[in-house]
Every structure is written in C-alpha cells, then in structure tokens.
Design a binder for this molecule. Structure first.
Ligand code: ATP
Ligand code: MG
Length: 566
C-alpha cells in the first residue's frame, strides 16, 4: 500500500473528546472516526487489525470444532419474553418496532436466538456436542459509553454457544474454550490472565474472564505467585479473620462529639480501626440495607448483591439514614429496626468493638456482635486488597488492573429450560440441553492491545495483529535514486508476504517518521543516502528501538527474521 493513497488521515493534535490512550491514538493514527456516542467507523488500518484478530479467533474456534454461522442482529421480542429477559435487560437494550408495531431488539447477545434455533433442529444426543459461533456487531445502550472502543454501544463480538448432553460434556466444552481463549490472546501477542469471575446477571455459575493486563483497565484483579489462583476482585473470596477470644464487657454508650469517621473515632479512643465496625447504608431494590465490615475493611458490592439476590445497590443518601431514625456518621447495627442487616463474617468474630449508636454524637463501646445484634445475613462481604491471604494457599495476593477482553461461562440449563430446548438421551428420555457461552470482544481487544502496547509516540503493535508489518520510508521521495530503491525494497517485501506500506509522500522525513511511530508498524525501514551510496538498509524495531543494518540483497530475509521475534 502506498501511503499517498492510504485512507489514514492522521491528526497532529489529540482530540479533546478522547480520555484513554487507545481512543486518542486510534483517532490520531487515522484508524477511527466517531459517528455517535459509542458508535464508530473503523477506517482501513483499524479494519485490517480487526480482521487479523477475527482470523486468529476463527482459527482457534474451528480448531475446537466450532462451526461458524451468522444470526440476525434484529431479534423478535417473543423469544426474549420466553426467558423473561425482555423486561430484565432494561435500558441497555436497543428496542425497535416494525411497521406493524411488532417489537424487536438489536441483539445485545444471542442466547435466546441460538437456543430457539437449536431447539427446532436438535432432537437426539447423537447430534451433540454442538459448538456454534459467529462474529458480529452487538448492540448495548450502555449508560456510559466511553473510552472509545472499550465500551461502545455498537461493538464487534465473537460469541460461541456450546450444547452438550450433560454436565461432563459442558465441562469438556468449557475446558476446550478456555484453551482456545488462551491460544487466542497468546497469539495476539498480549499479556493476559484468566481470572475467576462473578456470574453476574447472565445467570449460571462457573466463569472466567480473560483480562488483558493494562494500568488503565477498568477491572481490578488479584493473583497469587505461590499458586495459580487469579480472580476478579469482585469475585475473590476471603475467609473470616478469627480474633483471639476476649471477655465481653458491658455495652456502654459514650460521647463522641462530631466524630463521624473511623479515623476520628480511633484517634479519639486510641484504638485500631480493626476494633471498630463500619456500617454502610445501601439503597437497594430489596429496600434499605446496612452492610457491616471491620473498620479497616471495605465492602465488596458484588458480594452484597449476591447475598441479597438483588440487581442494584447504591450508597443511601443521608435522608434514608435519618428516615430510619439514625444519624449519618453515627449509624450502627445495635438496636436498629426496619432495615436488613448484612454482616461480613469477620465482624461476628470481634470482641468489645466500637460502632455508631444511632444517636447524634454517640458511639457504643464493648460491642459484642453475637450478643448485641442479630444480622439477617452473615456472609463473606469483604473486598480483597493487596497482601490479603490467597483463598487457595494463604500467601499474600498481588493486585493488577485488567481489561476484560473475553469471558467463558457455564450456563447449564438456564436458557434451555426456559426455552424448552430438549433432546432425547440414550434411553429415549427428554433432557434439557446443557449450555455454555463464550464471548470475545474483538473491537475491545484491539483497543486493549493499544492500552498495553504504546509509548508517548504512538502505538506498538504486536506483529500478529499489526495493520501492516513494515513501513518503507524514503528520506526524500524527490530523490530519484532513493525513490527507486525504496520502491524495489517495497516490492521485494510484498512479494514475500511482508505486509508493507511505502511512504511515498512528498513530506519532510520528520513527518513521515512521526506518522510511522504513531501508526505503530513493528518495523520501520529507512531508505536514505546511505542506502543508495553504501547499499545498506536501516531497519528499526518499533518496540525496542534497536536498529539493524542489512545489505539491500539481504534486507527481506532480515526483516522476515526480525518479524518472527515480534
Ligand atoms: P462488561 O462487564 O465490560 O460490561 P460484559 O461482561 O457485559 O462486559 P459480555 O457479555 O461478557 O460482556 O461480553 C463478552 C465480551 O464482549 C466482553 O468480554 C468484552 O470484551 C466485550 N464487550 C462487552 N461489552 C462491550 C462494549 N460495550 N463495548 C465493547 N466491547 C464489549
Ligand atoms: Mg463479561
């Protein structure tokens, strides 16, 4: 491809609308343009990257006996009503009506569609297992579309669905997809981790997220170097901490004027935060809830949701707290009524602790949880943090940030039962299909690759997903000898399947080098006076900055060798 013809309008300035590096760089490198919030056009460079990721995904799905098909984007409401998700999905679903006033949605995911398809055609255990996938646009009217391709409202996803005759079959499908995903992200040249994840609203249990490691990632993960444990912090379990037994003293009300924070109260009493009970009021779809954790711990809201089996939790406003006769900053579990109390298991192991007394400027001391209040639920509610014990081996965990690029999920019979998708087993008995679903965000993976691989000058593509492998930059295209040599090198590379751009623009070398770094070709081949006079070609590796020199005749070979290492 000749740069003069490539539709890659690069920008000098960083567009103000772009908050994250991947978004900024894709706009600047002429890869992406916005059509509406969370809706983008992929320009040719981006489309080449996306197709490369897609092809890696396709090969790995096919290797695990996945069969590609293509389902409609427009989905009739009826099948969503059968599973109850027409109402559950809420505002995130793009809904449309046809001219006859019939309801449809733009597919946010395809469990309903594929289960309805398969139930009509699969009759016997002999047709199983079945693994079907597609690569297609998905539509989700996210509350906060942001970070460019990271959280779009229209985005490209690969979704595979497995159908097995029993749990053992599902385990096998799940294992195969886990391997396939490991291969996909390795082949894309990305640093990633598969982590245990929360099952969330989609239902079922048993799920891993594939996290591309990047400081800008929205997700926090923990991992253990002593064993292979890794989990999303949302999911990571913690065992209760046993405090050494103590003699319960008498519950006593004390004055704590204007001391609303754990810090103020511990300083005042000369105690450690681990001797206090923190009470946090949440407004939920199950009413007002008080969550209790030890003063030095934080609440994991996902765990709280799971305990309550509710969809929304949000911090309750002050008026909610006064509404139950308490006082903001002085709320506590002793003697309070009209709310659901959920205690972290560690709290129930405390002795002679301090907590708010539900009176202005007052706290209780010598609170002994099992004696002084009765939570409705006692559960693991604590948010894991750096150095907490690994739930598997006890060694201190480490934390990192990640971008969820893929997720594998055991659905069991959630959708097949709801949609009556059954088969006849060996004994002629009707059984629900046992399902799994497996998604990879193709467009998010491209953005994640940039978040992980860039410097201040631009993108640093792993060679496997780079839009082109190399750019040939004649220092002066006006110089006929340079132009001719550059052209020769370019053609020789192309002939050897090295995907190359020839920067044939009459631009200053600085401009061409800047664009090359911004677009992030793994290799930059400079053809200057030295090349012409000394028959030497300079090849620079984008990632390491190393420079290699080859005689013209050996240049293609050298480039191919270098590419194998990138
Ligand atoms: P998230 O928690 O980030 O909203 P999700 O868990 O809802 O994502 P899944 O339903 O598991 O997403 O979708 C499979 C994959 O699709 C995700 O792992 C992610 O890579 C991608 N994906 C999901 N939502 C978006 C989005 N709004 N924009 C881009 N990619 C997305
Ligand atoms: Mg997910």
């Amino acid at each position: 491809m000749r740069m003069s013809q490539l539709y890659a309008p690069t920008l000098r300035e960083t567009p103000a609308e772009a908050e994250v590096v991947s978004h900024q760089m894709m706009l600047r490198a002429g890869m992406l343009r916005k059509a509406a919030g969370g809706v983008y056009t992929y320009l040719p460079l981006a489309w080449r990257v996306l197709k490369k990721i897609e092809n890696i995904v396709r090969e790995e799905m096919d290797a695990k006996s996945g069969q590609e098909l293509l389902m409609p984007i427009i989905q009739p409401a009826e099948m969503w009503m059968e599973t109850g998700r027409w109402s559950v999905y809420g505002e995130e679903m793009f809904r449309v009506k046809d001219r006859h006033d019939r309801n449809f949605c733009l597919g946010p995911t395809h469990e309903e569609m594929i289960t309805t398809l398969v139930r009509a055609d699969v009759r016997s255990y002999r047709q199983l297992p079945l693994r079907l996938y597609q690569i297609q646009n998905k539509y989700r009217d996210e509350i906060r579309p942001r970070f460019g391709l990271m959280r779009g409202r229209e985005f490209i996803m690969k979704d595979l669905y497995s159908f097995d005759r029993d749990e053992a079959g599902l385990d096998e499908s799940y294992k195969m997809m886990y391997e396939a995903y490991t291969n996909v992200f390795s082949r894309c040249g990305l640093k990633f981790r598969a982590v245990e994840a929360d099952a969330g609203a989609i239902g079922g249990s048993g799920t891993h997220e594939f996290m591309v490691i990047a400081d800008s990632g929205e997700a926090a993960i923990v991992y253990c170097d002593s064993c292979d444990y890794a989990a999303n912090v949302e999911k990571a379990e913690l065992n209760p901490i046993e405090t050494p037994p103590d003699v319960p003293e008498t519950l006593t009300l004390i004055d704590t004027p204007a001391m609303k924070s754990i810090e103020e109260i511990t300083t005042f009493l000369g105690i450690s935060p681990a001797n206090t009970i923190k009470t946090i009021a949440y407004h939920t779809d199950k009413g007002l809830v008080l969550a209790l954790v030890r003063g030095d711990h934080e609440v994991n809201e996902i765990k709280l949701k799971n305990v309550l089996n509710c969809i929304d939790v949000a911090l309750a406003g002050e008026e909610k707290i006064t509404g139950i006769g308490s006082f903001p900053g002085f709320i506590g579990p002793v003697g309070i009524t009209g709310v659901t109390i959920v205690a972290d298991a560690t709290v129930m192991h405390m002795y002679n602790a301090v907590c708010g007394a539900n009176q202005q400027d007052k706290h209780y001391v010598n609170v002994n949880p099992s004696r002084d209040f009765s939570p409705h639920f006692v559960a693991d509610l604590r948010l894991i943090k750096e150095s907490d014990p690994c739930p598997h081996c006890g060694a201190p965990v480490k934390t990192a940030r990640g971008i969820e690029a893929g997720q594998v999920f055991k659905l069991h019979t959630k959708y097949s039962s709801a949609l009556k998708a059954t088969f006849l087993d060996e004994n002629g008995k009707e059984q629900p299909l046992v399902m799994g679903c497996y998604g990879i965000g193709i467009s998010r993976t491209m953005a994640a690759a940039i978040e992980q691989n860039h410097d201040e000058h631009g993108i640093i593509w792993p060679a496997a997903i780079a839009p082109y492998h190399a750019v040939v930059v004649p220092v002066s295209f006006k110089d006929q000898a340079q132009a001719e040599l550059a052209q020769r090198v370019y053609e020789a590379l192309q002939a050897e399947q090295v995907e190359t751009v020839l920067d044939d623009r009459n631009e200053r070398p600085g401009v061409k080098f800047k664009d090359a770094d911004l677009i992030g070709y793994p290799l930059k081949i400079t053809v200057g006076p030295k090349a012409v006079q000394e028959n030497t070609i300079e090849v620079k590796v984008r990632r390491s900055g190393e420079t290699f020199y080859y005689p013209v005749a050996k240049c293609v070979e050298g480039v191919k060798e270098l590419l194998k290492t990138l």
